[in-house]
Write a protein that binds this ligand. Structure first.
Ligand code: HDE
Length: 701
């Protein structure tokens, strides 16, 4: 435990509860208990006695186990790790954790969905939270971001309205984890500032394949301040090493039932397997004198600074390498707050950020039951804490000495930090204005950036957006709301609005024609975010049954595993299958317990004497069909290729008779029997690295 990043782990270990293996069961008072299966009663069939203190304590504690869930972002998963800068950022900020590449700062990150309650499914269409707590040597810094760079509203006073609209409807608490309902779209159609974030919500960014494969954004313009007191505007970006990858909507929906913990489990499993997820932290820096150099307002959180205009400069990397030990103690009780800043990082007057700086502390007081939540292990800074704050619910510190300032009786301690110390000083921004309740004129353009987002998409991304709008609005009962939303879309792009209108039974509007908004930002397309191109941690299913060519399976399996993929053999029943060579081979999972939506690709090996290995199993056929329809790579070898004829109704046309490797839009085949050559393996690996094959007809989006 030598590295600085271990400081948090050492502190955390000191809070471990006593080892239950170390002695018998006790009460909360430490009294040993010899019997916890029957309550103390007056006679064999008699009433329970009040004096059964063990029973009362056990039940009472249980009755109070739940705390309020987060009002938004209730469902989440967290992990510990570290951050290290690439080089000193002293030119822009004096933040200690951004100075020295040899210093690792411990972090805790919590990913989340927003709309659904704690028990809702992971793969819903939603924004994902990406909140990072840096336990720096100067105190905790929280970067509480999302996986979209823009937000739905411009002023925090609208947050309760927006959240009420998107949350389940008040009369029946429906729908769970979904935005496809009347109140959200009613709000959107009346509040055009939502449109930019709505475009992101309708895009594939809202259904990430993995928390490990999504970007994070600080959203607001923040301010760096260097040692000389010079300020620089800054936007924060997290970029995942594995690239940004998404699910297909049809798949995301099925996944909600097949594995509601799809994203949470994926993060947990990767960390347990030593496949530590990694992100690069980047910053867009804008000198103060360029504050008004843009055709939007830097204080408006519904706008991005296109990367082509201000490049993202990489400044460090974060690795998550440790799962929490107790979900409630750590992931549930972690308390983020946008106002947790350290010297060198400051705010701007973004009215959304200003509201957040109030809301996060306020919400922890109700959620965690009082002002001492900073003493909870996951929230404790590793920097020393010396305050005059005292008492309150759940106080666990035994404070010594005086509790006021100034004092002489306590030796004047804790004293003010000296002038040379690294105390936080607020950026001395000059502020002058009349008290008014009015949205700034510079916040008024609600259409050009949604248009830029849409126009920056590839054709397949645009198709997915249209399909998402049709799905969501198709679930809205009020036709007036559907029509009004389409009218808003028409102000973004006439073609988009008409396409959507055609799918939802409302009149096709005129509207903004191509060319009105010229700006594009290629960096917004998923095509530009492929990551390192590796297939590490991708889940590959190999469908096997008795008579399978086991040698074939073993050779591909080894080759894929060498690339870091996770390969599982799935058979109609669990246990063993008998290979064509007469040997027994272990099955990883029984087909009825899994589904194609839980894997990234599927391989169909050949069978004995040319017999297809899986053809007769309906689960296997459905597996292959779903994988194909969702654009996933499909590999087939020898007689396994015959199984693909089941995909002809889906539009697959195989070039038959070819014995060598043929790779066509993610379908990779080799009809020759026996061990495949490296050409096949490479083609299959490339198909997996490409993630999905959108050009395949007619993939169900
Ligand atoms: Fe939040 N948000 N938010 N938010 N938010 C909360 O704080 C709020 C906003 C974000 O994993 C709450 O501890 C207001 C933007 C994340 O624990 C609450 C406004 C962004 C998380 C709250 C916003 C976020 C929260 C609920 C508009 C992206 C989960 C529980 C002014 C930059 C943190 C809690 C975690 C959580 C308020 C807008 C991200 C109520 C008032 C913009 C990732 O305080």
């Amino acid at each position: 435990m030598g590295s600085p990043a271990d400081r948090k782990q050492q502190q955390r270990a000191s809070f471990h509860a006593d080892d239950p293996a170390g002695g018998p069961l006790t009460t909360d008072q430490g009294v040993e208990v010899d019997h916890t299966d029957d309550s103390l009663a007056a006679g064999e069939r008699g009433p329970t006695l009040m004096e059964d203190f063990h029973f009362r304590e056990k039940l009472t504690h249980f009755d109070h186990e739940r705390i309020p869930e987060r009002v938004v972002h209730a469902r989440g998963a967290g992990a510990y790790g570290y951050f290290e800068p690439y080089e000193s950022c002293a030119e822009f900020t004096r933040a200690a954790f951004l100075q020295d590449p040899s210093v690792q700062t411990p972090v805790f990150v919590r990913f989340s969905t927003v709309q659904g309650p704690r028990g809702s499914a992971d793969t819903v269409r939603d924004v994902r939270g990406f909140a990072t707590k840096f336990y720096t040597s100067e105190g905790n810094y929280d970067l509480v971001g999302n996986n979209f760079p823009v937000f739905f509203i411009q002023d925090g006073i609208k947050f309760p309205d927006f959240v009420h609209a998107v949350k389940p409807e008040p009369h029946n608490d429906i729908p769970t984890g979904a935005s496809a309902h009347d109140t959200l779209w009613d709000f959107v159609s009346l509040q055009p500032e939502t449109l930019h974030a709505i475009m992101w919500l309708m895009s594939d960014r809202a259904i990430p394949r993995s928390y490990r494969m999504m970007q994070g954004f600080g959203v607001h313009t923040f301010r760096f301040v260097n040692a000389e007191g010079r300020g620089t505007f800054v936007k924060f970006h997290w970029k995942p090493k594995l690239g940004v990858h998404s699910l297909v909507w049809d798949e995301a929906q099925e996944c909600q039932g097949r594995n509601p913990d799809f994203n949470r489990g994926d993060l947990w499993d990767a960390i347990e397997a030593g496949e530590y997820p990694e992100w690069e932290l980047g910053v867009q820096l804008v000198p103060e004198e360029d504050e008004f150099a843009f055709d939007f307002d830097l204080l408006d959180a519904t706008k991005i600074i296109p990367e082509e205009q201000v490049p993202v400069r990489p400044i460090g990397r974060m690795v998550l390498n440790r799962n929490p030990e107790n979900f409630f103690a750590e992931t549930e009780q972690v308390a983020f707050h946008t106002a947790n800043v350290v010297p060198g990082i400051d705010f701007t007057n973004d009215p959304l950020l200003q509201a957040r700086n109030f809301s996060y502390l306020d919400t922890q007081l109700i959620r965690l039951g009082g002002p001492n939540f900073t003493q909870i292990p996951v929230n404790r800074p590793v920097a020393p804490v010396r305050t005059n704050q005292r008492d309150g619910y759940h106080q666990s510190a035994i404070h010594q000495g005086t509790n006021y300032f100034p004092n002489s009786l306590g030796g004047g301690c804790p004293a003010h930090a000296g002038v040379d110390a690294n105390a936080y000083t607020h950026y001395a921004e000059r502020v002058d204005g009349a008290k008014i309740r009015k949205r700034s004129e510079s916040f008024k353009d609600h259409y050009s950036q949604p248009a830029m987002f849409f126009h920056s998409m590839t054709d397949w991304e645009k198709q997915h957006i249209v399909a998402a709008f049709r799905f969501e609005l198709g679930k809205v009962d009020a036709m007036t709301v559907r029509a009004r939303t389409v009218e808003q879309l028409a102000k973004v792009d006439g073609g988009l609005a008409r396409e959507v209108a055609r799918g939802i039974g409302v009149p096709e509007p005129d509207g903004t024609e191509p060319g009105t908004y010229k700006l594009t930002s290629p960096a917004l397309s998923l095509e530009s975010l492929r990551g390192d191109g590796s297939i590490r941690t991708r889940q590959i299913a190999v469908l096997v049954t008795d008579g399978v060519d086991a040698e074939q399976v073993t050779s591909v399996r080894e080759a894929l595993a060498a690339e870091g993929a996770v390969v599982e053999a799935l058979a109609p029943t669990d246990g063993m299958v008998r290979g064509a060579d007469g040997e027994s081979y272990a099955v990883d999972r029984a087909l009825p317990t899994v589904a194609s939506v839980l894997y990234d690709a599927v391989l169909l090996p050949g069978g004995q004497d040319g017999a297809p290995a899986v053809a007769k199993d309906p689960d296997a056929l459905r597996f292959v069909r779903d994988a194909y329809r969702h654009g996933k790579p499909v590999g087939a070898l020898g007689s396994g290729v015959d199984v693909l004829s089941a995909l002809e109704p889906e539009g697959l046309r195989l070039s038959t008779g070819d014995r060598r490797t043929v790779a066509d839009r993610g379908v990779v085949t080799d009809t020759s029997p026996g061990t495949p050559d490296t050409e096949f393996v490479q083609a299959f690996v490339d198909a997996i690295a490409a993630h999905r094959h959108w050009d395949r007809p007619p993939v169900r989006h």
